[in-house]
Design a protein around this ligand. Structure first.
Ligand SMILES: C[S@@+](CC[C@H](N)C(=O)[O-])C[C@H]1O[C@@H](n2cnc3c(N)ncnc32)[C@H](O)[C@@H]1O
Length: 196
């Protein structure tokens, strides 16, 4: 069962199909963890687009977060509950194969080293908890989004437990003139932007 955050992310992916009816869609999720959102996005875009799924697939790179910060330890609770086996690229590929999802391209490694062949994207979801990671993701994607595309951020909403992310977003992203904010959802913690 998918959670409310995934549902809202997928709603915007669905809107992309209406906005770009004649184009093969290119989307990216930065920060995949157990892959529920990735698979829901790929299912939504079956036959109509591809999702680049980017993560270490080995667990949260805690060393990128400030020592003692909430974002350094925020994934530990999930690892305690669910273990780390199903984070692996092998498991995620197998799960995608068994679900008949052929439109996911998995990219393993740090976002700072991301290497993908796409020049322009219709959709991006940044969900990496750590400021340095989000900044790397933002640097990668902000110039590659097509007009009318959607860019979603998690945990940057006012009230997020990850205060450093709120400050980073407000300082570096919120007022970027290339984008406008179209939704800030308190319940899921998602901020949705549209490329102007
Ligand atoms: C909150 S989880 C992602 C949850 C996922 N989007 C979902 O909807 O279920 C954060 C993920 O970001 C990944 N991550 C954080 N910093 C990263 C970086 N610099 N490069 C690659 N992956 C990173 C972690 O490995 C972790 O799996």
């Amino acid at each position: 069962m998918v959670n409310d955050t995934t549902k809202l992310v997928v709603e915007y992916a669905a809107k992309c199909k209406e906005r770009f009816p004649k184009e093969y869609l290119i989307g990216i999720e930065m920060g995949v963890a157990y892959g529920e959102t990735t698979r829901a996005l790929a299912k939504e875009w079956t036959g109509q687009g591809i999702i680049a799924a980017c993560d270490t697939f080995e667990g949260h790179p805690e060393y990128l977060a400030p020592e003692g910060s909430p974002e350094q330890i925020c994934m530990r609770q999930h690892y305690d509950e669910k273990g780390k086996d199903t984070l692996s690229l092998e498991w995620q590929q197998q799960e995608a194969d068994e679900s008949g999802l052929t439109n996911i391209i998995f990219k393993k490694g740090l976002i700072s080293e991301l290497d993908l062949p796409y020049a322009a994207y219709h959709f991006a979801f940044l969900d990496m908890d750590i400021v340095a990671s989000m900044q790397d993701g933002w640097s990668y994607i902000s110039n590659k989004l097509k007009p009318a595309s959607f860019l979603l951020f998690h945990d940057c909403f006012q009230g997020s437990r990850l205060e450093n992310l709120i400050n980073w977003f407000n300082t570096n992203v919120r007022n970027d003139p290339r984008f406008k904010i179209i939704q800030e959802d308190e319940h899921t913690g998602l901020i949705v932007m549209e490329r102007i």
